[in-house]
Design a protein around this ligand. Structure first.
Ligand SMILES: Nc1ncnc2c1ncn2[C@@H]1O[C@H](COP(=O)(O)OP(=O)(O)OP(=O)(O)O)[C@@H](O)[C@H]1O
Ligand SMILES: Nc1ccn([C@@H]2O[C@H](COP(=O)(O)O)[C@@H](O)[C@H]2O)c(=O)n1
Length: 215
């Protein structure tokens, strides 16, 4: 198979990271979860609330390490688990709407995809970060199923939230992400939409592998 980039976008908890990671493993590609980068800046903002976000972005040191999945280091500290907590999830879409944040992260993400061989997931990957990606997927699922999946996910991670709270958070975050001024979440014209409602992780993974192998 020739060396390609795969962009996976879609709303919250649609399964993007899970599937991106599996596809990357099977195809021997590098997996990048860009949501973790926005979450890390949000964590820094929570830790330093008196600093302007534009100033925080200038001094931030973010490192992505691929070690059987992705680990993310914020100013030298592994924050991969901390960034999944509720306080970060509640604030991340607002922080992600800042122009300075997006400019900084999109540049870092574009550098990671320069040599191809990357499966990258997020909200603006097919539209902004790698508009020339050889394969673009727009992954969706019903809100109910996404919330049920996230509930299980949270229980495994020890994060407390009810199904009702998760539905509200998912709808709120999708709305903010789809209506922000800069690079809102939208399906790229040349993206293939996959509705994963009722599909297993294996079925979704196989579908994308099949599409990638045709490139
Ligand atoms: N097709 C599927 N069937 C069942 N469960 C799934 C499927 N895809 C993903 N999941 C589960 O749903 C949960 C959420 O998936 P994941 O974190 O990959 O979503 P995401 O789109 O990356 O979310 P976010 O954008 O909020 O980070 C995980 O626990 C994952 O195992
Ligand atoms: N390319 C991206 C990726 C993420 N965001 C913002 O970060 C939030 C958290 O992302 P998760 O994938 O970890 O849920 C997301 O809700 C967006 O606000 C983004 O803007 N662009």
């Amino acid at each position: 198979m020739k060396k390609i980039n795969i962009a996976i976008d879609g709303p919250a908890a649609a399964g993007k990271s899970t599937i991106a990671k599996r596809v990357a493993e099977i195809l021997g590609m590098v997996y990048v979860d860009t949501g973790a980068m926005y979450r890390a800046i949000t964590l820094l903002h929570i830790q330093q609330p008196d600093k302007e976000i534009d100033d925080l972005v200038q001094s931030i040191d973010l490192k992505i390490v691929n070690d059987n999945g992705q680990r993310i280091y914020l100013n030298g500290i592994d924050v991969s688990d901390r960034i999944r907590a509720n306080d970060v999830t509640l604030n991340v879409s607002k922080v992600a709407s800042f122009a300075s944040v997006r400019t900084k992260l999109v540049k870092l993400q574009q550098e990671m995809t320069e040599n191809k061989g990357v499966v990258m997931d997020g909200r603006d990957i097919g539209t902004k970060v790698i508009p020339d990606a050889e394969l673009k997927i727009y992954m969706i699922a019903s809100v109910q199923e996404r919330a049920e999946r996230r509930l299980l996910d949270n229980q495994n991670r020890g994060i407390e939230a009810t199904l009702e709270e998760l539905i509200i958070d998912i709808e709120r975050r999708d709305h903010l992400d789809m209506t922000r001024e800069i690079s809102p979440l939208t399906k790229a014209d040349d993206a293939i939409e996959i509705d994963t409602t009722g599909m297993s992780i294996e079925e979704v993974t196989n579908r994308i592998i099949e599409l990638a192998r045709k490139k």
